[in-house]
Ligand binder design. Structure first.
Ligand SMILES: [Zn+2]
Length: 132
């Protein structure tokens, strides 16, 4: 099997460049979001240290909120991983193909989720399996 030449990130052109920019933009958005969540959590824990929330009801609300934040942060982390993988696929010339069936992922879908791993068909299949 012939080894495909790896593309240089700095030399992306045309569609590749568009996808690259979309991925970088998505990555910046996620990073900013994570930073915001961390800052928020820090602010609140500082407020808590000053004894702002002392009622039991507040405390359990805070715990639930903490848990939700942690879950969202880990989801952000997952997206970051997907973006990194998509960037690698772009370099390898495999970008935009479903990692399951190998069919091209529609451009409309890539516009919404530039780091999409599966085509709509396979994604739907996975979601149906997860629901069972
Ligand atoms: Zn597929």
């Amino acid at each position: 099997m012939a080894q495909k030449k790896k593309k240089d990130r700095l030399n992306f052109q045309g569609k590749d460049l568009e996808y690259y920019n979309a991925l970088i933009e998505a990555r910046e958005k996620v990073l900013a979001q994570m930073q915001y969540r961390v800052d928020e959590a820090l602010d609140r824990s500082n407020a808590e240290k000053r004894g702002v929330s002392t009622h039991m009801a507040d405390v359990s609300n805070d715990n639930a909120r903490h848990e939700m934040e942690l879950r969202m942060l880990s989801e952000d982390g997952d997206v970051l991983k997907l973006i990194e993988e998509a960037l690698k696929r772009l370099e390898n010339g495999e970008y935009g193909r479903c990692q399951e069936c190998g069919e091209p992922i529609s451009e409309g879908r890539l516009k919404i989720r530039p780091y999409a791993v599966f085509c709509v068909k396979c994604k739907t299949k996975h979601e149906e399996q997860a629901r069972r």
